[in-house]
Design a protein around this ligand. Structure first.
Ligand SMILES: CC(C)(COP(=O)(O)OP(=O)(O)OC[C@H]1O[C@@H](n2cnc3c(N)ncnc32)[C@H](O)[C@@H]1OP(=O)(O)O)[C@@H](O)C(=O)NCCC(=O)NCCS
Length: 186
């Protein structure tokens, strides 16, 4: 799953932290009681994934990863301006500021943290099936709606979410936009 993430998001801050960090991230979500994880597998290898769950899982991961990899995090913060911006944003209340612009999560809202497909498997409908399965599993886990954030410039992903009926919620002053989707329990 870490390899899959590295292939799909080569320049994003989590990828710049390296495979150990990503392995720790996906383990955190897969082992969490309130996590939802769907993996597309071919020849015993993950080729795509959709992972998320309760929104608090991300803050829990950040705390655990900071304890687990203090030196790696310090080095990456010094070496990479992308990682530095991301770490500073989470430490300086950028997210609190965003939260004041955004409506607070309604109870029952889950988060889609990450959906990706390895580049050599794109365009075959794998992400569509992952998203459908993620929505079904989230509804079964008791979530009534989902949200996600994506870079505003990621037009392919945005088209993909919109085709699947997700609704846009712009975030003032952010490079990212948010999408939301209501879930129906079958
Ligand atoms: C965005 C992403 C998840 C889409 O994955 P995907 O598996 O290629 O998605 P799908 O195949 O389900 O649909 C994508 C395209 O393939 C087409 N398609 C769907 N099923 C198909 C099939 N059986 N055969 C050929 N093409 C197909 C769709 O029409 C769609 O066309 P589009 O170019 O207009 O979007 C993938 O490009 C990715 O991992 N990107 C990098 C990571 C990322 O940006 N993630 C989202 C941000 S959090």
């Amino acid at each position: 799953m870490a390899d899959c993430h590295l292939d799909a998001f080569p320049d994003r801050p989590m990828s710049l932290m390296g495979p150990d960090w990503l392995e720790f991230l996906y383990r955190h979500y897969m082992q969490a009681e309130r996590g939802v994880s769907i993996v597309a597998v071919q020849d015993s290898q993950p080729v795509g994934l959709a992972v998320g769950g309760h929104p608090d899982l991300l803050a829990g991961f950040r705390r655990a990863a900071t304890r687990r990899f203090p030196v790696k995090l310090a080095m990456a913060t010094v070496r990479s301006s992308v990682v530095r911006r991301s770490v500073l944003a989470s430490m300086t209340g950028h997210f609190r500021k965003q939260a004041s612009v955004l409506p607070p999560d309604e109870p029952g809202t889950g988060s889609l943290l990450s959906i990706c497909v390895r580049s050599d498997f794109e365009g075959q409908g794998i992400a569509s099936r992952l998203l459908d399965a993620f929505q079904t599993a989230s509804a079964e886990a008791g979530f009534s709606s989902l949200r996600l954030s994506v870079l505003g410039e990621n037009t392919r992903a945005r088209r993909f979410y919109e085709r699947h009926g997700w609704e846009l919620r712009p975030i003032n002053g952010s490079l990212s936009v948010r999408y939301v989707c209501k879930l129906e329990r079958s």
